[in-house]
Write a protein that binds this ligand. Structure first.
Ligand SMILES: [Fe+2]
Length: 276
C-alpha cells in the first residue's frame, strides 16, 4: 500500500497515557534509524520468549515463528516479513505512528494489514486465524456505526481472544493470545497459576465480560481451535449486541452456572477495584 504522511489530529487521554492520535498513521518502518542497542534489546527479549514458549504457545504460533525465521538477528525488516506473509495469507505488516483511532484500526484489519510485531505476526501465517482477524476488522467497521456499546462488546472479544486467548489443544492447554506470548510473566501465569479461572469460549459470554488492563487476567477463555473462533464470527452480531444491551455485564472474575469450567481460580492475589 502507499505510505501517507501522518497527519496529526489531536492528543487524547487513553489508558496508555496522553498520546497523539493520527488520522493517517501509516509510515515507513524506520529500520535504518534503529540503534545497535535497540536491535540487542529485541534479540534479548526475543530469545527469552523463544526459550519459554515451546510447550506453552500453540503449535500454530511456534510454526509461524520458525517460518518467519524471526530471531535471526536484530529487529526484523517488515519488507522481508511481508514477502513470507503475503505469499501465505495475503496479510501485510505496516508501521504506524501514534495510536490509531478505532475506525482506522478496523479498516486496516478488514484489509489484512497489521502493525504491532512479536505477538501477533506469527499467527497471521495461519490461514484460519488470518481470516478471523479480517472478519474481526469487518465486524469492527459495523460496530463502529452501531455505537459505543457494540464497540465495547467487540473489544472484549478481541481482548479475550486475540490478546489473551488460550486453546485446548491435543497436547493440553496452550497460549495463542499475543498479549500473553509477549509477556514472560503471563506466559507462565496463564497456564500454571491456580489463581485465574479458565473457562470454555462462548461468544456472548466473552462479549459481556469486563477485563483487567492493570493486572494479569482473572479469567482466560479457552477455544478448541481456530475454526471455532472463525465460525463464531460468521453470524451478524447485531442481534447479539441488542440482547446484551438488556443484560448486566459480568465482572472479570465471575464464574457462571452454565460456564464450561476448565479450572476455577482460587482468586489469590486478585487486585481489588474496577474492571474495564
Ligand atoms: Fe496487541
Amino acid at each position: 500500500m502507499k505510505n501517507t504522511a501522518p497527519r496529526k489530529v489531536e492528543h487524547q487521554q487513553t489508558d496508555r497515557g496522553y498520546v497523539p492520535v493520527y488520522a493517517t498513521g501509516v509510515v515507513e518502518q524506520p529500520w535504518a534509524n534503529y540503534s545497535k542497542t535497540e536491535h540487542e534489546v529485541w534479540d534479548t527479549l526475543f530469545q527469552r520468549q523463544r526459550e519459554l514458549l515451546p510447550g506453552r504457545a500453540c503449535k500454530e504460533f511456534m510454526q509461524g515463528v520458525e517460518r518467519f525465521g524471526l530471531g535471526d538477528g536484530g529487529i526484523p525488516k517488515f519488507s522481508e516479513l511481508n514477502q513470507v506473509l503475503k505469499a501465505a495469507t495475503q496479510w501485510e505488516i505496516v508501521a504506524v505512528e501514534g495510536l490509531l483511532p478505532d475506525e482506522v484500526f478496523f479498516d486496516h484489519l478488514a484489509n489484512r494489514r497489521f502493525h504491532d510485531m512479536f505477538g501477533h505476526v506469527p499467527l497471521l501465517l495461519n490461514p484460519v486465524f488470518a481470516d478471523y482477524m479480517q472478519a474481526y476488522g469487518r465486524g469492527g467497521m459495523k460496530a463502529f456505526k452501531i455505537g459505543r456499546e457494540a464497540l465495547m462488546n467487540l473489544t472484549r472479544l478481541y481482548w479475550y481472544t486475540v490478546e489473551f486467548g488460550l486453546m485446548n489443544s491435543d497436547e493440553g492447554l496452550r497460549i495463542y493470545g499475543a498479549g500473553i506470548v509477549s509477556s514472560k510473566g503471563e506466559s507462565i501465569y496463564s497456564l500454571d497459576s491456580p489463581s485465574p479461572n479458565r473457562i470454555g469460549f462462548d461468544i456472548e459470554r466473552v462479549m459481556s465480560t469486563r477485563y483487567r488492563i492493570d493486572t494479569y487476567q482473572q479469567t482466560y477463555f479457552v477455544i478448541e481451535n481456530f475454526e471455532q473462533l472463525f465460525d463464531a464470527t460468521r453470524p451478524d452480531f447485531t442481534p447479539i449486541y441488542a440482547k446484551l444491551h438488556e443484560l448486566p455485564a459480568h465482572a472479570a472474575g465471575d464464574v457462571l452456572d452454565d460456564d464450561r469450567v476448565f479450572t476455577r481460580g482460587d482468586r489469590v492475589g486478585w487486585a481489588n477495584g474496577a474492571d474495564t
